[in-house]
Design a protein around this ligand. Structure first.
Ligand code: PEP
Length: 247
């Protein structure tokens, strides 16, 4: 399995930010892991142009479950593909909380992504209250069961475990906690999609940075990272890519 370092720029970045992509590609022209950046939609085409023929893949941050129509402000999976995306992040906790996205909606979006030829990066994760109450495995088990496309394969599905309380906070679970969840997720995926589950990349996300990447990437069943803040700067994201390539 080729591991995946994925960056989520969220609602950050303008044309001038593309200099970071140029710098990333100059420093890491051919990493042994896969490299993905998901910029805001306004930068997709320009970033895809820069990445063309390089080791960098481009992704969207959301898509609509329908292919086209009267849905003001939304973007379809086919439009993302047309703009040069190969991936799309779905069900990020900020989409779930800001826009009330349910597991069923995330699954519908993921099915649309697969139909458009995109790889779906489906995000799940518990809140701090749920972890404190000992509900982590129940919560993420339910999210996985309800959110992933059941036709997903190793080639078309990526799962990202992102504890909500670790996103953008500088806090991370212990390595033992990450190990427990990732082993649980591998088994849950097997129950849902069978042997394909063994090839599905399970990413950890939540305050990954150059200083903690090496230890996180050594945890079993951590097949890469989904990185927010540290993906905005080529030096930081490049260091995470290098750590994953060496893992
Ligand atoms: C994210 O939003 O996917 C994320 C993991 O953010 P950060 O790395 O900034 O915690």
């Amino acid at each position: 399995m080729k591991k995946l370092a994925a960056g989520n720029w969220k609602m950050n970045g303008t044309q001038s930010s593309l200099a970071e992509v140029t710098a990333l590609l100059a420093a890491h022209p051919a990493p042994t892991c896969e490299m993905l950046l998901c910029p805001p939609a306004t930068l997709l085409t320009a970033m895809a142009g820069l990445a063309k023929g390089s080791a960098l893949q481009i992704g969207g941050q959301d898509c609509h479950p329908k292919g086209s129509g009267a849905h003001t402000g939304d973007i379809s999976a086919a439009m993302l593909a047309d703009a040069g995306a190969a991936y799309v992040i779905l069900g990020h906790s900020e989409r779930r909380s800001d826009h009330g996205e349910t597991d069923a909606l995330v699954r519908a979006k993921a099915e649309a992504a697969l139909a458009a030829g995109l790889v779906a990066v489906v995000c799940i994760g518990e809140t701090e209250g749920q972890r404190d109450a000992g509900q982590t495995l129940d919560v993420i088990g339910t999210q996985v069961d309800g959110s992933i496309p059941l036709t997903g394969t190793a080639a078309t599905l990526v799962l990202a475990y992102e504890p909500v309380w670790a996103i953008g906070t500088g806090r991370t679970p212990t390595l033992a906690e990450i190990a427990e969840v990732h082993a649980f997720l591998r088994a849950r995926l097997r129950a849902l999609i069978g042997a394909e589950a063994d090839g599905v990349r399970i990413l950890y996300g939540g305050s990954v940075k150059p200083s903690n990447a090496v230890e996180i990437f050594a945890v079993p069943h951590v097949d890469g990272a989904l990185v927010g803040g540290a993906s905005l700067k080529a030096a930081d994201f490049g260091a995470i890519v290098a750590a994953l390539a060496a893992a």
